[in-house]
Structures are given as C-alpha cells and as structure tokens.
Design a protein around this ligand. Structure first.
Ligand code: KG4
Ligand code: ZN
Length: 339
C-alpha cells in the first residue's frame, strides 16, 4: 500500500511516498531555512508564501522519484496539526484538492505522531508499545505509545520546548538560526562542566519539564561577563547548556520508562538529532537493559516520509472502522497528540 505524505507545518515543504508504513520510495524536502536565517527565526507569513510556491513541484518530484503516478497512490496523508496555521493550511488544502480530483482517501496526521513514526522507517523491527521522548522546536513530551494510534502523555514542558531553549541559548552566544544544530556542533569543543546550570524542580510532577530558567541563566551568564569586560566561551556555554537540557530529558524519560515497565524507548523530533542526547540515552538504556530506537539523522527534522509512515497506520485504523476523513478537514494550530 503506497501513501503519499505531505508536510508543511513549519518551514519545510515536504512530500514523500512510503510503502506499507516502512519503505521509503521517495522523500523530497524544500527547506526555507536560508531565508528565515536573516530574521533569526521562522517568519510565519513568509513560510506560508514559500509553501504555496513550492508545494506543486515538491509533490510532483516525490511521485517522480518514487516512480509512480497519483493513480497508483492508495491514500494521501497530510499534517493537519499542530503548527503554524498559515503554513499548515497550504498542505491541507493541497492534499484536499488532490484527493477530490483523484478520488483518493484523505488521512489527517498529527505532526508529533509523524515524528514518532520516523522510527518505523529507520528500523523495521520497532513496534509499539514503547515510551517515546518527543523533542522538537515547539514540543517536549514523554509519551506512552500504547499502539500505532493510541497515545498517553506522561510529561510535557510547562514553558519552552527543548528545541526552542537550544535555539535561544545559541542566539545568546551569537550563533545563527537554526541554533540547536549549531550549538551541538560547537559544543564538541567545549567543557560541559564549565558552567553549572540550575536543575528545575516541579513540585507537582515527576515527568514535566521547564526549560525557561535555563535559558535565562545562559542570558545572565553572558550579560554578567560582558559587564565585567569578560567573554564567555561559546563552546563551553553550549556544552554546559546541552548537558543541562539533555540530562533532564534523559533522567525523566528513564524514570517514566521504569515506572511504566517499558522495555523500549524511542527518541523523536528535531532535538533527537542531538549527539549528546543520543549518546547518554544509549548509555543509560544499555545499563537498564532497555532497547533504544533513534531515527536516522535525515528523519529527525521535519519531513514527509514520517507523515506517510504514520498515515499508513491511521489509514489501516480508518479502514477497519470505515472512518475516512471527509474533505471538511481543517488545519489546527494547537492540538494534543492523544485526542
Ligand atoms: O522537529 P523539528 O525539525 O521541527 C519542529 O517540529 O519544531 O525540530 C526543530 C528543532 C529546532 O529547535 C532545532 O534547533 C532543534 O530541533 N535541533 C537540534 C539539533 N538539530 C535540530 N537541537 C539540538 N541538537 C541538534 N543536533
Ligand atoms: Zn517537527
């Protein structure tokens, strides 16, 4: 069964064809990063316009690369939530148009479910149930994945997402957008024990996160140093900041896995590309006898192969329950993964 996936929730216009939720036949991404870099972050209005310009070409290329026609596609899966509303609308309306004209089922996919599904294309053996750490630019969640379509949120961030915090810390030391990946690069030459960041404690939850205090701590470090005529070495601050964030992510995820008796942990989202997070999770999981799954680096960030992969499982579920989405589907800026 071939699913065409379409993704346009942020600053990547993407389309892909995936067979049976696992085999990637094509994966096309048109990134707008260079344009948003000038502004230090994603400008929503520009993002929507660029999606409109790119989407036809990207979808055509995905079909051509997969060596198939629209006729041979079984369903069209599209990210409908969460994300930038204007950006999401481009993908959703394009997908609706395709489904209407080609008489194909339309499968709405939640973006974070897609990030988790990036693991299905990276490793054919991974199957739910498992505990997932989903860390992106807009979300940080620990999720009990009970089946391909049944999710329970165990922990979430109360303020900044992990990726957002990485991006802000990167900006503090003058690194360009996208900050997280640049911070990761320079941190390799830094001393991660140089600065001791506070460990945020939330009295009412074991698994929730709070990263805004770490960001403020980084900003204050840089300001205080400059007032004394000193400079903070970006590599050291980057390494110490990444240590602080990834230690928290790892300890909460391991604790949740233990409490819920999870035998498998899955990493997902843009921040799952972080080299320290991948390394320490590997170490901790080996110690505890838990299997760790990580998406290939090319599937950590936004892409449509992950949307097509999750779309397959949503399609199967819809087919069983004869519940395909009609063309009244709308984009939704904010929506929990478990609804
Ligand atoms: O999942 P994603 O591509 O987009 C959203 O759905 O938000 O995640 C983007 C986030 C950005 O904040 C980016 O800085 C962060 O993932 N990121 C990283 C790394 N690569 C991307 N953060 C830390 N280390 C990385 N290697
Ligand atoms: Zn994403």
């Amino acid at each position: 069964m071939k699913i065409l996936g379409i993704e346009s929730s942020c600053d990547e216009t993407a389309a892909a064809v995936v067979e049976d939720g696992r085999r990637v036949l094509s994966n096309v991404i048109a990134s707008q990063v260079e344009e948003h870099k000038i502004y230090g972050g994603v400008v929503p209005e520009i993002a929507s316009r660029r999606h409109t310009e790119a989407i036809c070409t990207v979808v055509k290329k995905a079909l051509a690369d997969a060596n198939c026609t629209l006729d041979e596609i079984d369903a069209v899966a599209v990210t409908y939530a969460p994300g930038l509303i204007g950006a999401l609308l481009v993908g959703v309306n394009y997908a609706k148009g395709l489904c209407y004209s080609a008489k194909k089922p339309l499968v709405p996919v939640h973006h974070l479910r897609g990030h988790i599904a990036a693991n299905y294309i990276s490793d054919e053996n991974i199957k739910p149930p498992f505990m997932a750490l989903v860390v992106s630019g807009g979300h940080s969640h620990i999720i009990n994945v009970k089946s391909y379509t049944d999710f329970e949120i165990i922990g979430r961030t109360r303020d900044d997402a992990a990726g957002e915090a990485m991006d802000k810390a990167a900006r503090t030391v003058g690194l360009p957008y996208p900050g997280g990946v640049n911070l990761d690069k320079i941190a390799k030459d830094g001393d991660e024990n140089k600065y001791k960041f506070p460990v945020p404690k939330l009295a009412d939850s074991k698994y929730d996160f709070s990263f805004s205090g770490l960001k403020t701590f980084a900003v204050n470090l840089v300001h205080n140093a400059s007032q004394k005529g000193e400079t903070v070495k970006a590599e050291d601050l980057g390494a110490s900041f990444i240590k602080a964030v990834t230690d928290i992510l790892a300890s909460h995820t391991m604790a949740a896995a233990k409490e819920y008796g999870a035998k498998k942990i899955v990493l997902a989202g843009g921040v799952s590309a972080n080299s320290r997070l991948r390394r320490i999770m590997e170490e901790k999981c080996t110690c505890e006898g838990i299997e760790l799954y990580k998406p290939e680096l090319k599937y950590c960030g936004d892409n449509a192969a992950m949307i097509a992969a999750q779309g397959y499982y949503e399609y199967i579920k819809g087919e069983c329950e004869t519940e395909f989405h009609d063309l009244s589907l709308n984009a939704v800026a904010s929506k929990p993964i478990d609804e």
